[in-house]
Design a protein around this ligand. Structure first.
Ligand code: G6Q
Length: 552
């Protein structure tokens, strides 16, 4: 038994979960007029209603006790003060410093990082301003019309998601493109639409060693130079975002065109840093600063609000409650605003790369489940697809329903229909439809006897399916910033309870190493015998196709 599972608070949570596994949420609402109000919390333009969960006051008290017993507050304070809580890489974890106001002071190893953060941010704003106004010119004197971000993982998902989410606030004269994959199809088809003279590339890579990104950046530079009169065009069309100035210089990007950040910014937590440059160019300085301010407001909320009203703490505890208490293995994110369509993909990385761990900080193996599988799509599309399984399948899948009440670009009629569906789903998942209700309904339709009884079980909905509702006042940069920070802190709290390091990602290394070996084997002519039989055969097949293509 690990220290966690031996805790009385853990045991108490499990006991309550056993007691409430089959709780009747309908009855709980019927007998408690204050349930929705009591099981709601609100700040930063976000209302979280978590009343449609298998919970009561005693169970909630037990999970908050678990947060206290696992010292969530002390570790939170350690993170926010710049302690090296990323122990396997001996680093601070300070994405919160990236959105701290100029007047703040946050020290990493004795050095106040806030002045550096704002110095880079000011340079980014000045550069973005020049691109947006048309003052920054390409090699033939024309202004930039298209910006291509070349980056992957944390250097792609956040900026791409934010540009999509906040596109209503974007400059009308700029188009953004995101190239992440080393399937050259993506770069080729993106470039086919563009004019090199009016295209700006942002090469975004914390390490500047990532194979996919450097391969794409090199190809993009060749594409530019094939049209540009000379190599001086690179300085007008390429900027870099990185922590590795040496590698940026080696690639041939002028360091005057580099925007730096620091090793205490994790890739999946980096959209607030220079990695956010595409967001800043697309949305402009005021909107980008509003995004940072919204995240900062959520940081303040997280740091100062008692656990019982603390939005990320509540969401984290509900996750632990279902994963460890009730055996949930996945968690669905269901945004109803279409511009949030990349949010599930972003949260997949944030959550699964952070808490997809099975070793504790002290190196011991966990004896409980950690991060769930995160998945999702815009909810209204999901309703016409996989929601069937949510309503009547055998899996327990907790869901976050997310929607903005105010949605100016959607007509009143559209918005009414969208919100009606949004609200109806959480109600239906909670209430279900019982056999007697199905019977009445079928009788009213004129069905009776055997025909009715045969159909009845198919039309029963068990209900009691747990959902959180996150109602945003609107989808603007400030509230969106707060929403993302809310999820970041949720992930932190869960990682703390599980005792894992949420800030490393050793698990992605093995595949990268093997790919290097296989890549060299794909160019060799030696028979391949070094792998397992399956990999050897597949490799031969792939090599044949590559050879055939190079000979054609
Ligand atoms: C994020 C991960 C990973 C990383 C990419 C890109 O937390 O570490 O997704 O962001 O592998 O890395 P570079 O930015 O170094 O190219």
């Amino acid at each position: 038994m690990t220290a966690l599972t031996a805790l009385p608070a853990w045991q108490s949570m499990l006991a309550h979960a056993g007691r409430l596994r089959d709780m009747d949420m309908r009855a709980a609402f019927a007998s408690d007029a204050d349930r929705a109000e009591r099981f709601s919390a609100e700040d930063c333009g976000i209302l979280l209603d978590y009343s449609k969960n298998r919970l009561d006051d005693a169970a909630l008290a037990a999970v908050f006790e678990l947060a206290r017993a696992t010292k969530v507050e002390a570790r939170r304070d350690a993170m926010l003060s710049g302690a090296h809580i990323n122990s396997t890489e001996d680093r601070a974890v300070l994405h919160t410093a990236l959105r701290a106001p100029r007047t703040a002071s946050i020290k990493v190893d004795g050095v106040d990082v806030v002045p550096e953060v704002h110095a880079v941010l000011d340079r980014m704003c000045a550069f973005a301003g020049r691109v947006r106004s048309g003052e920054w010119r390409g090699y033939d004197g024309r202004a930039i019309t298209d910006v291509v971000n070349i980056g992957i993982g944390g250097s792609d998902l956040g900026p791409y998601m934010a540009c999509e989410a906040l596109q209503d606030y974007a400059a009308p004269n700029l188009r953004m493109h995101f190239v992440s994959t080393v399937d050259g199809w993506q770069l080729t088809t993106t470039l086919a639409k563009l004019d090199p003279a009016t295209t700006l590339f942002i090469v975004a890579s914390k390490t500047f060693t990532t194979q996919e990104t450097l391969t794409n950046a090199t190809a993009a530079r060749e594409w530019l130079l094939a049209k540009a009169p000379d190599a001086s065009a690179v300085a007008k069309h390429f900027v870099a975002v990185s922590t590795n100035a040496e590698a940026v210089a080696r690639f041939g990007i002028d360091l005057a065109n580099m925007f730096g950040f620091w090793n205490w910014v994790g890739g999946r937590y980096s959209l607030w840093s220079a990695i956010g440059l595409p967001i800043l160019i697309y949305l402009g300085e005021d909107n980008f600063r509003a995004l940072l301010a919204g995240a900062h407001a959520m940081d303040q909320h997280f740091a100062r609000t008692p656990l019982e009203r603390n939005l990320p703490v509540i969401m984290a505890l509900l996750g632990v409650w279902y994963i460890n208490g009730m055996g949930a293995r996945t968690h669905l994110v269901s945004p109803y605003n279409q511009p949030l369509h990349r949010l599930p993909a972003y949260l997949q990385q944030l959550d699964m790369e952070s808490n997809g761990k099975s070793v504790r900080l002290d190196g011991s193996h966990v004896d409980y489940h950690t991060g769930a599988v995160i998945w999702g799509e815009p909810g209204i599309n999901g309703q016409h697809a996989y929601y069937q399984l949510l309503h009547q399948g055998t899996e327990l899948i907790p869901i976050d329903f997310i929607a903005a009440v105010d949605n100016p670009k959607s007509s009143l009629k559209h918005q009414r229909i969208l919100l009606a569906n949004f609200l109806a789903q959480t109600e239906a998942l909670m209430r279900g439809k019982r056999p007697n209700e199905v019977r009445d309904e079928l009788s009213a339709q004129g069905l009776a006897g055997e025909a009715l009884e045969a159909l009845l079980p198919h039309k029963v909905f068990e209900g009691n399916r747990p959902t959180n509702t996150l109602l945003l006042d609107r989808l603007d940069p400030t509230i969106f910033g707060a929403l993302i920070a809310l999820y970041e802190h949720k992930v932190f709290v869960q990682g703390t309870i599980w005792g894992v390091n949420s800030y490393d990602q050793w698990g992605v290394e093995l595949g990268k190493q093997l790919a290097r070996t296989i890549e060299s084997e794909l160019t060799s002519i030696q028979p391949i015998t070094t792998h397992d039989a399956s990999t050897n055969r597949l490799l031969e097949r792939a090599r044949k196709a590559l050879v055939a293509r190079s000979n054609s």
